[in-house]
Design a protein around this ligand. Sequence first.
Ligand SMILES: Nc1ncnc2c1ncn2[C@@H]1O[C@H](COP(=O)(O)OS(=O)(=O)O)[C@@H](OP(=O)(O)O)[C@H]1O
Length: 333
Amino acid sequence: QCTQRCRNECNACILSYAIIGARKAGTTSLYRWISAHPDAVGYGLNRGPRAGEVMYFSSDKLFPAKPVPCFGNTCQQGRACVNNVCQPPHQWYNHQFPCVSGRKVAGEASVAYLVHAEAPKRMFEYCSTALPKIIALLREPIARYESQFQMRVRLKTRGYTPKSAADADMRRDVHAFCGLTKNHATWYLHPKPTGLFEPARNGVYEGVYVAHLKRWRHAGFSVHTLFFEEFFSEERQADHLRDVLRYIGLDPTKQDAHATSKRKYNTKGSDFDYFPRHAFSSFAQRRLAVLFRPYNDGLASFLGRPLPDAWARWPNATGDACDESAWPRRPGW
Ligand SMILES: Nc1ncnc2c1ncn2[C@@H]1O[C@H](COP(=O)(O)OS(=O)(=O)O)[C@@H](OP(=O)(O)O)[C@H]1O
């Protein structure tokens, strides 16, 4: 039992909810809307589009694969020493948040969690006594991928430049994805496809949501899944926000959901001037539609409900999405 005024001071789980992704699915807006509630405690609300992104459970540095032995019964960074092994720095994590007192609700939004193979297990270990509510906001995977690619061009991350072409990027990711999954027909049924991909490196992998949700379920979480295309509908988004507040234990009557949900965050992409090569060609879209189709179908049956109409892109496209022999030589521009 934590007797401190701020629960952060105890070495126990302070997390009430976590938005785990998907990247580029409107998670920043959702997190800021929730954080505008008087009883919500948010992380990094002065960090622009990075608000909420603690990225703790996806950090392989903070959770080293090899156990770190305690030295003289103590560990660095105030980590606890249990059975002579230094534990992850939960105290450090707790201190990232402002004071969580009384009935306040703390939560974060780290988009890498959805795809990181170890994140669910790590979060479960941190919060095993009272699991946080998990929210996944999913966007049609081709649109999500395009938005991610364009963000990288805009921010010039990882060697991306305005000369980078969406089709070439996608071709590389399809090649890697097909190469690694071709001989493992049921790879995604395995709860932990460790070693298949580095998180955030492969735009195709990020969009095979059913695999990621199964991993979260396998770790013991039930994931509240929302769809970008439904959630951000002008007429209903205030109701959707109220539903989310209720789900995570916040009183919706204490917030003007209507006014809050009018604000959009992290929409820089729409102000940026992209060249035609920064969008997928129709050829690439058809290939992606074929590739994602079985995973989208798997998602619908996993969730037991149909996907939004916007997800049914290129319904007549057929063929082998992994067959590279038919690819144009300089695709996309
Ligand atoms: N309220 C609202 N309504 C409709 N669309 C919205 C809204 N808020 C954010 N967005 C769009 O979501 C994209 C950014 O998503 P994220 O904030 O999850 O991105 S990030 O992964 O955290 O960088 C980004 O998509 P693109 O514009 O296609 O890049 C935003 O425009």
